[in-house]
Design a protein around this ligand. Sequence first.
Ligand code: D41
Length: 679
Amino acid sequence: MSEHPVSPQRVQAELERLRALIHHHDYRYHTLDAPEIPDVEYDRLFLQLEALERAHPELITSDSPTQRVGSQPLGGFVQVTHDIPMMSLAKVFNGEDLQDFEVRIRKRLDSDADIEYSCEPKIDGVAVSLLYENGRLQRAATRGDGVTGEDITHNVRTIRDVPLRLQQNADTPFPARLEVRGEIYMSRAGFEAMNAEAMKTGARTFVNPRNAAAGTLRQLDPAIAAARPLHMFCYSVGIFEGAGLPPTLSESFTLLQSWGLRVNPERAVVTGADACLAYADRLLQRRASLDYEIDGAVIKVDRLKLQDELGFNARTPRWAMAYKFPAEEVSTQVRDVEFQVGRTGTITPVARLEPVFVGGVTVSNATLHNMAEIARLGLQIGDTVIVRRAGDVIPKIVQVITPQDSKTPRIPVQMPTHCPACGSEIEPAGEVLFRCSGGLVCPAQRKEAIRHFCARGALDIEGLGEKLIEQLVDRDMLRDVADIFHLSGEELAGLERMAEKSANNLLAAIDKARSTTLPRFLFGLGIPEVGEATALVLAQHFGNLEALQSADQAALEAVEDVGPIVAAHIVHFFSNADNREVIRRLQAAGVHWPDVELAQQSQVLEGQTFVLTGTLELMTRDEAKARLQALGAKVAGSVSKKTTWVVAGPGAGSKLDKAVELNIPVMDEAQFLTFLQTS
Ligand code: D41
């Protein structure tokens, strides 16, 4: 602060200048997704404004960007009656019914002219109404039953996507009163992060982003909403008092955006029902890559005059339709809980479900992870549950919803005392885990160990998959991984679904796998906690297998990224005579690899930062990361000005966009391989 008192007019002007600037940058960032200044500069402006307001609290206005978190409403939520009721959406589940929708529209309009539709994603969030008077946010309310909702202004004010005042637009000023409707949602990434944090602190977790958004908006204390990743897309105009409403919905969207309201960037105008279907199909393909959950596409007649002509049914407009996607959450019943034995003997409970169609596939199993998860869910056999399968992720049970008066008997889930595969005793292993004590006596562990040995990042034996391993172990043709190299054509010919050609192919693949690399071999051994990256670091540190086998705990802990637990697993593994014998037999059967050059050498990529994005096809992401790190490079999760290179595989998304935007060089996987070989 200067020593001379500043005139109140000067302070007022400076406050206005800062607020207008911040307002402008909020618009660039939140509405247009096109920031003009870096975050630090924005923060600096914000801090300046806060400091000035602290010195002059009498000049604080309620629409100042600093005032998003206000006080909580006294006496709870106030009911709001919507001036114009908020309608529902009619829905269809297939293309035929969508075609019928168009037929009905044509009939009612008595026209066979082409109809243009404005299409957009159907956000799975909470429908709300925002009321602006003279450009200031006056009130935000939930849709409620469409006629009356609740006043949630205190929470909605905290959402950065929602402008506290509308942006001036010289061409088309905003009307004196404007009500917009839209959907408030929680971003997927934000939801995951919030739940992960809640798990750690023991706070309550939410079942899905929609429930999290709804639960947040129901809070009285706006500080809670302020701390949560809520966003909003606007999808329709209610009250519009003033001139300038354009003739189409799509143009209204552009107008709303120019006033600072956020509209969905996936929206599109298309002609005819077929094109709507094509839009919906494209959107369905993109579903998993969006940072918000959607449950369909919304198709709306674009021309407002036609909307007026079509009018409404009792609850729904005749000019709009939701085209619903397959549900990602459905309810079903838990028939049983069984226990699976993993590669290292870990026992995992798996729910056997009444088969259900969810997220586009039929699901009859869901992993339950461990006993703590079962306790957290309060799950018992016989329960009715919600199963969720979003994108390509494995199905999981998110909630028990057994009705109070259910007649189905409920049976508590208990960890068995003996392994279901081999009968050995099950013992606790850590806080929530249990393990079969049978080791390689246990056929389940043997199968898993062999499967792991043959997997892509390990010896990569094509054709030796789960089903075949199952058969071979059950017939006692494979007892351990060394037996793989003694399989004969005659033996294989006796198996189910094994033609001579596939037997020959398999033998060729096995033969090819004899020549491998030390990191692959180490990874394939399946030492607990030794993943691909650790296997690579170990290989580079010790150079050959003998050196690694004879390393003690201290020598292992000296390896970068190897902690006491991993070191102990390695020592334990190599001290086991059975394991050493298997390795000896593998080598005797001709499995070999070149020694690895020791790592201390080239730190040629020191000071460089890489970002990996998209799918890598020739190596795994862990492998790519380990190789870069071995050359001294850093591998970061997001692209910034500090990034030196971006390696982009198929399906690369926003990180690639960001790299292009920041002018950061990009290489594909083939170029990356050459780069590694020449570095
Ligand atoms: O994204 C949505 N959930 C969404 C909901 C949307 N994109 N458009 C919508 N349009 C309407 C009309 C056509 C009635 C203005 C809606 C909804 N309604 C809606 N949301 C909840 C009930 C109705």
